[in-house]
Design a protein around this ligand. Sequence first.
Ligand SMILES: Cc1cc2nc3c(=O)[nH]c(=O)nc-3n(C[C@H](O)[C@H](O)[C@H](O)COP(=O)(O)O)c2cc1C
Length: 186
Amino acid sequence: MSKSTLILYKSKTGFTKRYANIIAKETGGTAMGCKDGTPKLLASFDRILFGSRMHAGRIDGLSKARNLFQKNGIKLSALFVTGAMPNTETEAIEEMWKNNLTSEELTSLPHFYMQSGLCYEKMNFIDKTMMRVFSFMMKQKKHKTPEEILFSEILARSYDISSEEYVQPLLRYLTEDSSVKEHQKM
Ligand SMILES: Cc1cc2nc3c(=O)[nH]c(=O)nc-3n(C[C@H](O)[C@H](O)[C@H](O)COP(=O)(O)O)c2cc1C
């Protein structure tokens, strides 16, 4: 029997929500904004995934979600994080995981990064201001490397580098996880 999957997400400009909806469609699961995730509802699913965005080096809402799960004795099955940084930035992504996850989570919580982009049109005032300040600081920096020049230009406007291909590693993990559990039951 297939597992009921809840994909709980925090999304401000829509990228994480879009990825959550793809995961829900592919797994036959339910995607839901984290504000609607009551303890009673969470307990009614076989497995729960949490997705959020990168925000100035931090995984937005992870501490709060962690507390909610711990308080209610829920084990998170997987975590996915979206960000403006391309998936090819493997070292920076590794560093990001190290800075955000506990040593236990690093080894026991499956975690996946999915590149997304930036959407200035849907950003709130604070985020827009943070991005403009960051972009300005990059522009002001003396002796920029070619990568930094490119980076400051990229960050100045909206772009979308999200794709269904970045969901595939997570989907493969979920399929394998289901078949292992099914096998163990036999
Ligand atoms: C203020 C701000 C800070 C951000 N910081 C990072 C960051 O540190 N690393 C990164 O890869 N992306 C960063 N981003 C990009 C977002 O993580 C990206 O747009 C994300 O997919 C947004 O998710 P959402 O559309 O679900 O809200 C930042 C965006 C904003 C607005």
